[in-house]
Design a protein around this ligand. Structure first.
Ligand code: XLS
Ligand code: NI
Ligand code: NI
Length: 436
């Protein structure tokens, strides 16, 4: 462990601890609602923000000056990044990681060369995984950085780009399976348009649908057990992204009847860019039976772009974790820190503090959400609101056993006259606050 100053993994020390790099609430083995905190939260560290991003923004370049960004030995740098990732996971007690193919290994001059680079580093990673007991939450393909993708990946007007993407995803899925990945993610980086003036939306959507069908078919062919996770985002980098939000992606999944194979990877920052709350997107995915995993970060409510900050707001997180628990918790999914430290956060250990602090905030949210559920008053108030639907007559109405005329006749005959009830919003808000 040479890159970081910290030498020992952050430990649970309780709320009174004065130690900076320590957990006050995240006690990995502590049981909450029948599972350990570690099993509930399934934290993952991402390769791209943690080791690839050099601290650049649209107005300025590299602020971090990491040694691996300043060498001509690209494969050596790739191994160095892997070493730093695994050290960071050890120091923060994070068990899972995530990557794009191009994060772990450099692009070659041909696809064959790129694939060989990815395979070589994947082999290196595999050995580290066995030694340090780490797991792959998901892998994915970067089909947005290279200029060949500037007009889209699968939705590109050029069929050769579509074919290239098929080849790239095939390899990324093979590698993800080889490393025992629990899921495979598809974020439509440039699947969208800049201007309608040069775009045939119908054709592009048809291409995206075909592409998803191909990936599902291949996943079954190789026996990849985990789901394909689509990650919604409404805009950025393109003006309009086709995978806008959970509802939009659901219509694509539904059109292929692929609810079993395809789930959702929901990111806080993307949810708010789409004009939703994080918890709305989780609750909707769960209601539609397609909740999969989380990209954990926080957008800035003023700036309107994907700032990917570490999330530390406990009241907000509590509402999200509450929805995750109500959805039954994670199965293959987890909480991936798709988050980056700010470009002024130059100290190597800033990366550790960021993860540890956010993990602790999640643990507090988990404790609060679990207490809300255990107390039962909250769910009781919600259930009471819908209690009328448990009556046989009303169940029959929902089950389609009554026609419109029959319902109308019943309303007249029984003189049904609805009496409005309070939504009790303030009481519910106050109730939630008591547990935070
Ligand atoms: C970008 C996305 C990306 C995906 C993986 O905004 O969040 O990082 O999570 O391709
Ligand atoms: Ni993401
Ligand atoms: Ni993002």
């Amino acid at each position: 462990m040479t890159f970081f100053t910290a030498k020992k993994p952050a430990k649970f020390e309780g709320p009174k601890s004065k130690k900076e790099l320590a957990f006050r609430y995240y006690d990995k083995k502590k049981k909450v609602l029948g599972k350990t905190m570690g099993e509930h939260l399934r934290f993952a560290m991402c390769w791209w923000h943690s080791t690839c991003w050099p601290g650049s923004d649209p107005f300025g370049g590299d602020t971090f000056l990491r040694p691996w960004h300043h060498t001509t030995d690209e494969m050596g740098a790739a191994r160095q990044k892997a070493d730093v990732m695994f050290d960071a996971m050890d120091l923060t007690g994070i068990d899972f990681f995530t990557f794009h193919d191009r994060d772990i290994a450099p692009e070659g001059s041909t696809l064959k060369e790129s694939n060989a680079n990815v395979t070589a580093i994947a082999n290196y990673i595999e050995k580290k995984m066995a030694k340090q007991k780490k797991k792959l939450l998901w892998g994915t393909a970067n089909m947005f950085s290279h200029r060949r993708f500037m007009a889209g990946a699968a939705s590109n007007p050029d069929p050769d780009v579509f074919a290239w993407c098929a080849a790239q995803v095939k390899h990324a899925l093979d590698v993800t399976k080889g490393l025992g990945g629990a899921n495979y993610v598809m974020w439509g980086g440039r699947e969208g348009y800049e201007t309608l003036l040069n775009t045939n939306i119908g054709r592009e959507l048809e291409q995206a649908k075909r592409f998803l069908a191909l990936v599902i078919e291949y996943k079954h062919k190789i026996g990849f057990k985990g789901p394909i996770l689509i990650e919604p985002k409404p805009q950025e980098p393109t003006k309009h992204q086709y995978d806008y939000d959970v509802a939009t992606i659901y219509s694509l999944i539904n059109s292929l009847g692929a609810q079993k194979d395809v789930k959702m990877n929901i990111e806080q920052n993307h949810a708010i860019l789409a004009g939703h709350t994080f918890e709305h997107e989780i609750a909707l995915a769960s209601a539609l039976g397609v909740f999969g995993s989380i990209d954990l970060n926080r957008g800035d409510y003023q700036s309107g772009w994907d700032t990917d900050q570490f999330i530390v707001n406990v009241p907000e997180l509590t509402l999200a974790v509450l929805e995750i628990l109500r959805a039954g918790g994670f199965t293959t999914g987890g909480m991936n820190f798709d988050a980056k430290i700010r470009r002024q956060s130059l100290d190597p250990d800033d990366l550790l503090h960021a993860h540890v602090g956010s993990m602790d905030a999640c643990a507090r949210a988990l404790l609060a959400a679990a207490a809300i559920i255990e107390d039962g008053t909250f769910q009781g108030m919600v259930d009471e609101r819908y209690a009328g639907w448990t009556k046989p007559q009303n169940k029959a109405m929902l089950a389609g056993k009554e026609s419109l005329e029959k319902i109308a006749a019943r309303v007249e005959k029984n003189n049904i006259n609805p009496k409005p009830n309070s939504g009790r919003q303030e009481r519910l808000e106050n109730l939630i606050n008591r547990f935070i």
